[in-house]
Design a protein around this ligand. Structure first.
Ligand code: URP
Ligand code: ZN
Ligand code: ZN
Length: 469
């Protein structure tokens, strides 16, 4: 059924104007002033609201397993939460265990998400082992499976960490075929040593998570990753960049014209390492990797978002509950109550991203309204091969549309959220800006407090080559 969104203010990465949008067959068909209303058309009044392209969150972990723990959001709960937060596409992860192939990993992830996701989704492959077969699979994944990005870890030795040669080989291969390696840049072996020494000295509390993952070692790994990419003549993407010590290498490389891209996440923009000075296990809610950084880093990240030294804001939504057994989830944060190194790493964020970046970024004059759309939708779509199908409001694009009230206030709380996690870092924060309605390919899936989406209605989106930025 066609739907006409009437009189909203359309905001894209470059536009800001009032018009009507006619959506049909899943796409945006017409944009114009005072469009005629056909008989079978549903009219939605958007007067006074912003009409935004659906958010694209290119870094989420739904029902991902790390070590002994699995993130508490399934594709069902996590994509519903994303939708209520104004995100209509996520890029999650397909995990290549040692001994399995990237193509098997993609097929397995598609099966997991298939009948649960209520918004559209793609995958990056987490590559933990590289050989000739894996390299051949990566090429096939880019060319035929619509999976053009591959996350590799420079941290977590003895589990997912790969060495520099593996990263270089992967970069060299994917760079030739329109793909990109995304790096988790922290120096894993140094961190492992610092964790061991802390535990030997009896330091078991969560605050030591922050103290054993120095910003300098994120900087070191970022510098190393850039040099590997330069040698491989391939683009590189840094996930969850948190520290000024890492940012400076990204800035320097981009100034030299090296194709280096990076994201940061809301938790690094709104919280700092003073959280680790508190005593007690509650600090576990801030255990993510990289950890929170100093206030100067936070300031530098905001500036970099403005100046395009950082290209986008993703969530790294990787939720683990603070209460063991919440909704039946086990091995959550309390798993590390006697040893901080066993606390599952990660925080929730998929439902709050758009609102906190609007409230804390646009309203506080740190970024423009157009830049807000670029950072949360257009840039991730372009960088990861989804544009112009996703990431903008244009004739022919998927009708993924968010009606957003820039004036309405509300107080963020896990109690009113739609995901499975029992906490949010933003609990009690009073914000301006609220998602009112969300359309996925022309179908309304969120209407105020009402959930109209359906598990299984989200589609796997095949992505094109990366870097169309
Ligand atoms: O702490 C985090 N970020 N956990 C998720 C896994 C990752 O490294 O992105
Ligand atoms: Zn990571
Ligand atoms: Zn992550």
């Amino acid at each position: 059924m066609p739907t006409l969104i009437r009189n909203g203010r359309i905001i894209t990465a470059v536009d800001n104007y009032v018009a009507d949008i006619l959506m049909d067959d899943g796409r945006i068909q017409t944009i114009g002033r005072s469009l005629p209303v056909g008989e079978d058309v549903t009219v939605v009044d958007a007067e006074g609201l912003y009409v935004l392209p659906g958010g694209v969150d290119c870094h989420t972990h739904m029902e991902n397993t790390f070590g002994d723990s699995t993130t508490c959001d399934t594709f069902e709960s996590g994509t519903k939460a994303a939708a209520f937060g104004g995100t209509t596409t996520i890029i999650d992860f397909a995990f290549q265990n040692k001994g399995t192939s990237p193509l098997e990993a993609i097929a397995r992830a598609q099966t997991t998400a298939g009948d649960k996701a209520s918004i559209d989704y793609g995958f990056h492959v987490i590559v933990t082992h590289v050989d000739e077969n894996v390299l051949a699979d990566m090429k096939t994944a880019i060319r035929h499976e619509g999976v053009s990005s591959f996350k590799m870890f420079m941290a977590y030795p003895n589990s997912v960490m790969v060495d520099d040669a593996a990263i270089f080989r992967a970069m060299r291969m994917v760079g030739q075929h329109g793909g990109m390696v995304a790096l988790h840049a922290e120096n894993g072996t140094i961190i492992e040593l610092l964790i061991k020494e802390a535990l030997e000295q009896g330091h078991t509390s969560p605050r030591y998570h922050g103290l054993t993952r120095p910003a300098l070692m994120e900087g070191e790994a970022t510098h190393r990753g850039i040099r590997l990419a330069e040698l491989a003549e391939a683009p590189v993407y840094f996930v969850h960049l948190s520290a000024k010590e890492a940012l400076k290498h990204v800035v320097e490389a981009r100034d030299l014209g090296i194709p280096v891209f990076a994201e940061t996440c809301p938790h690094y923009l709104f919280f700092d390492d003073s959280e680790y000075e508190k005593e007690g296990f509650d600090v576990a809610r801030y255990v993510m990797s990289p950890p929170l950084r100093d206030k100067e880093s936070q300031k530098a990240l905001w500036t970099a978002l403005k100046t395009d030294d950082l290209q986008l804001v993703s969530t790294d939504h990787c939720p683990f509950c603070m209460k063991e057994g919440h909704l039946g989830r086990v091995r959550q944060k309390p798993y590390g109550k006697d040893d901080f190194s066993l606390i599952p790493n990660g925080v929730p964020g998929v439902e709050t991203r758009m609102t906190v970046i609007y409230d804390g970024g646009v309203r506080k004059n740190k970024i423009s309204l157009n830049r807000f759309v670029e950072l949360t939708s257009t840039a991730p779509a372009k960088l990861f091969g989804l544009f112009p199908r996703k990431g903008t409001i244009a004739v022919g694009s998927d009708a993924d549309v968010v009606l957003f009230d820039p004036q309405e206030c509300h107080t963020i709380s896990a109690h009113t959220h739609h995901g499975a996690c029992d906490y949010t870092l933003f609990e009690g924060r009073h914000v301006h800006g609220r998602v009112k309605k969300v359309f996925l390919r022309g179908e309304m899936i969120v209407d105020g407090e009402h959930w109209l989406g359906k598990p299984g209605n989200g589609r796997f989106v095949k992505r094109g080559e990366v870097g169309g930025y």
